[in-house]
Design a binder for this molecule. Structure first.
Ligand code: SF4
Length: 223
């Protein structure tokens, strides 16, 4: 009979599934530059996100800051897949220290508690705070999700698609303005404004296209 697992086998599965969410205890890692802002991605309040404990995608109950992935993959930026090791092992974030894949009780205990948000990490005098607040006001996930859900109605109201288009365009416009004005690279943009809404909001009937830089949404007939 196989013995139950009691220690990490360094298989790398947890690091390949995605980096950790940062908590108050991890603030020092950012302050000391072990983890810099471009290594982070913001999950905005209401954004559809995978909940590993419920094993489903659901709107985030609050803002969260996560170690970014590698391009299109969620594999943690700090995971060295050739060596099966963590590049910041001695100073890894709290969730990584608590995670034991054979017993998830410790990490469940801290899940959703004392999570860092962008304003914990951005200087109180930094003018980008105003832009983040403006972005939240113009492009809220709550409103976008309601419009998205209404597309499931047998005859979706035309206003739903129009509103969704307006929100997604406003999101892209504000990002483009900030990228140009502040010379943000993609990783900085993903920390300050999270992922673009057109990449995170999905519906089986929704098609996204671009003409030049202008986003268009269309509803396709039900399958
Ligand atoms: S920070 Fe290190 S331990 Fe944590 S998920 Fe990334 S590679 Fe793995």
């Amino acid at each position: 009979m196989m013995k139950p697992q009691r220690q990490c086998q360094r298989c790398g599965t947890c690091c390949r599934k995605g980096g950790p969410i940062l908590h108050g205890e991890d603030l020092a890692l950012v302050r000391r530059g072990i983890v810099s802002l471009p290594c982070l991605v913001t999950i905005r309040k209401g954004e559809p996100a995978f909940n590993p404990f419920r094993e489903k995608v659901e709107p985030a109950a609050h803002e969260m800051i996560k170690i970014a992935g590698k391009g299109a993959s969620w594999e943690c930026l700090f995971y060295d897949s050739a060596l099966f090791s963590c590049l910041i092992h001695a100073e890894r974030p709290m969730e990584c220290r608590l995670l034991q894949c054979w017993d998830t009780s410790a990490i469940k205990e801290v899940s959703g508690r004392d999570c860092l948000c962008r304003f914990d990490l951005i200087d109180s005098r930094d003018p980008i705070r105003e832009q983040i607040l403006s972005h939240e006001e113009k492009c809220p996930y709550g409103k976008a999700m309601l419009r998205l859900q209404s597309l499931s109605a047998p005859a979706p109201p035309a206003a739903a698609l129009q509103d969704l288009t307006a929100i997604m365009r406003a999101d892209l416009l504000l990002r483009a303005a900030m990228v140009e004005k502040l010379r943000l690279n993609l990783q900085q943009e993903l920390f300050y404004f999270g992922r673009p809404l057109f990449q995170t909001l999905h519906h089986p009937r929704l098609r996204v296209t671009f003409s030049g830089e202008t986003l268009h949404l269309a509803l396709v007939p039900p399958a």
